[in-house]
Structure formats: C-alpha cells, structure tokens
Design a protein. Structure first.
Length: 412
C-alpha cells in the first residue's frame, strides 16, 4: 500500500582483479580500469542498459541533472583524501545509470565499483534480483577480488565480505519513540539512521523517516544480509502498525504488570473513552499527553501537559492524579502564590558554615500565550527565547549576567 516504505536501495562494493585498491591506483591504471568497466557496462541489455557520464568535463546541465537525482557522488572527505583515494580527481571517475534510474554504478569512488539497485516502494525482491543480475554479469566479464577469509575485498575494512548495504527509507515515528527501539534493531542486526546519512536527523516532512540497513557484512552471504534487513524492517513495521491501529482503543501498554505509573492508576477505560476524541485549540490530544508514559513504562508519573487548556479539557485524568501526588491539597482549595521574601521566617540556620554547604531554590514558570514545552514549534521556541533573553539582559545589579545559547556553544 506504500504507507510506510518510501524507497528500497541495495548496493555492493567491488574491486577488479589485477589492480590495486583505490588508494594506490596510479592515473594510468585508473583510466585503464575505467575504460574496461565502461565497455562492459555499455554491453548490458534490457533493464540494465544505460549511459555512462564521466565526471571529467561534465557539462553543467548533466551535472545538475545528476545532482537533482541524488546520483552524483562527491570528492572524498578528509579521511579518503589522506588515504590517497582523491588523487587526480575527478579524472577516471564517473556514473552509469539505466533509463529508469533503478540501476547505477559508481566508477572509481572509494572502491573500483559501487553497484547499486534501487526503486521507489518496498519491493525488496525486485531490487535484489536486479542487483544480482548486474553483479553476476560484471563479475563474469571482469572478475572481482575475493579471498576465502575476507570475502570480496574493499579499501575500507568495514565493507569486507559482501560489501553490501541493503536499506529502505521507512516512516516509523511511533516505533522509533519506544524505549526498546534500539534493542529491536540490535536483535535483528540492523542499523537506523537519518535519511541524509550517518549521524543525521530527519526533519520537516521527513520527521519519523529512517534509513534502516543491515549491519553485518562479513561472515554471511548477500542473501543473509538482505534477509537481516527484511526481517528487521518487518519487526519495526509490526510495532508501527500496532501503535497506529491502537489510537482509538485503550493502550495495552498500561495493562502490563510491570507498569506502576500514576497514569496507569488514573487512566481507566472509562476515562479514556471520555477523552480520546478531544483536542485543545493547539490540537493537543490525550495521546500527546500520555505518550511518554506509554513509551517509558518505568515512568512514575507518565503524563505531560501540552498546553494550559489540556489541564481543563483532560481534567478527568489530570485532576485525580494531581490531587494524589500533591495530597492533602485539593483543587477546590485554590493555590495561593507569595513571592515576598520578607515574609519568610528563616534566619540563618548555620551562620558558622559547619553543616550546610549550599542553598538553592528554583521555580518552574511558563509564558502566557505559548503552549507548554512538549508542543512548542521551532518558531515559537525561538521567539520565546528571544523575548526571555531580552528581559534577562535588561536585569541590573546582582541579577545582571550573560546568556549562553546551547546551539553553537564552543567546547571551552
């Protein structure tokens, strides 16, 4: 149905027999290798037939087209530079792809060849079948470096064995929020990351979309690598679908015996039915409020308010929970505030400093006109920060100071 998986991609790294690996290739060898590879690629037929685009001398229109298609690989980073992979860049490098843009080969990047099969959607079998046909045909004509102990050789030891990375881009926001997300990935030997590369975080319309790939490469076959990825993604999709299907029904998580949160105590099935379809003016639902307690089953409270209105709209849940935690206080008593320090009867308890090391008093406050932190949008948070910093910088006397934003903060 295409609700979760956006695209599927499988690639392998391969290097030709009779040549050094990319860090030690001389210019003449690289050009000779490119010529051999292109000759074979241009002989491919059917859905593998395509065109080769050398990086050297590439016109702007072609370059932009490859950039727009996300096919164009870049000059290697500082690690590859130091290893010698970037010598005579971009000479001897190029990209081959078929008409449908489902089959690509990178020539003389980090390895002699990166052979890639991909397509929109979730047909992993189709993508793997195309890759196998291409790899087997190229191997038959050119021959790949291989040893019994290390499998297919690559310049980076992390790619030894199969040299394979099988991945999908899949939207699994609810599965990813669970406290056991990483343990599920570890169980199936898969690696989650943002769709823009390692250590990236998916943002905007891509929030909740992950690049999920096999972790193991050496000591198992290509078929097993694909199976690792498939089984892991299936497990995550089962979690995601289960979470999505349960939005209209009482959360099963709260029926588990190990859960001892206040949320479990006060969110009865009757209260849930009463609140499940309600929304605040900021579109906060009861699900938004209880999500943390469902993801973190060891939580003692298990609920966060999204905005001021949540406390009233979802009062049948919040009210008894609040009175229980703050007992013997009752909401009908009314809370009184007094910030006049002169009215505190608190002479110095330890004037000689023999017992008390330090004293600290803090209060939590939230600004009028904004949602509470769980529902703040980026623009609101930045606007609020600007307002607060302006006031803080206007303080004088012993309250005067400096503001240190976390974003861009230097190590010192």
């Amino acid at each position: 149905e295409g609700k979760f998986i956006r695209s599927t991609r499988i690639r392998v790294a391969r290097n030709l027999k009779g040549y050094g690996l990319s860090p030690t290739l001389e210019k003449e060898e690289r050009l000779e290798l490119e010529k051999k590879v292109v000759g074979v690629l241009k002989s491919l037929e059917g859905d593998l037939a395509g065109e080769y685009y050398p990086l050297l001398g590439m016109d702007e229109a072609t370059r932009q087209k490859l950039v727009d298609d996300h096919f164009l690989f870049k000059k290697g980073d500082r690690f590859l530079e130091a290893a010698g992979v970037n010598k005579e860049w971009p000479e001897g490098r190029g990209i081959f792809h078929n008409k449908d843009k489902t089959f690509l080969v990178w020539v003389n990047e980090e390895d002699h060849l990166r052979i890639i099969s991909m397509e929109k959607g979730s047909d992993i079998g189709s993508v793997f079948s195309r890759l196998c046909r291409a790899v087997n045909e190229i191997d038959k004509q050119l021959g790949f470096q291989h040893t019994p102990e290390l499998g297919y050789l690559s310049s980076c030891p992390t790619n030894l064995g199969t040299g394979m990375r099988a991945s999908v881009h899949v939207k699994i926001p609810k599965a990813a929020e669970r406290s056991d997300f990483q343990s599920v990935c570890d169980k199936y030997q898969i690696q989650p990351r943002g769709i823009h590369g390692e250590h990236s975080v998916s943002t905007g319309e891509d929030v909740g979309v992950y690049d999920i790939s096999n972790r193991r490469r050496l000591g198992l076959s290509e078929v097993q690598c694909v199976q690792d990825m498939y089984d892991g993604v299936k497990a995550l999709l089962d979690i995601e679908k289960g979470a999505s299907a349960s939005r209209d029904s009482f959360p099963d998580e709260l029926t588990r015996p190990e859960v001892n949160s206040a949320l479990k105590k006060y969110l009865t099935k009757e209260v849930f039915e009463q609140l499940k379809d309600k929304k605040t003016s900021r579109s906060v639902t009861v699900w938004d409020c209880i999500n943390s307690g469902l993801v973190n089953l060891d939580s003692s409270i298990g609920i966060y308010s999204g905005d001021e209105e949540s406390y009233k709209l979802f009062g049948p849940l919040f009210d008894p929970l609040i009175e229980d935690y703050h007992q013997p206080y009752k909401l009908s008593d009314g809370h009184q505030s007094n910030m006049n320090p002169d009215e505190v009867k608190a002479p110095n308890l330890d004037p000689e400093g023999k017992f008390i090391r330090s004293t600290r008093i803090r209060v939590a406050r939230n600004l009028k006109g904004y949602g509470l932190s769980p529902t703040l949008e980026k623009e609101e948070r930045l606007e609020l920060e600007k307002k607060v910093v302006g006031v803080l910088k206007s303080l004088e006397g012993d309250l005067a100071g400096e503001y240190y934003p976390l974003l861009g903060m230097d190590e010192a």
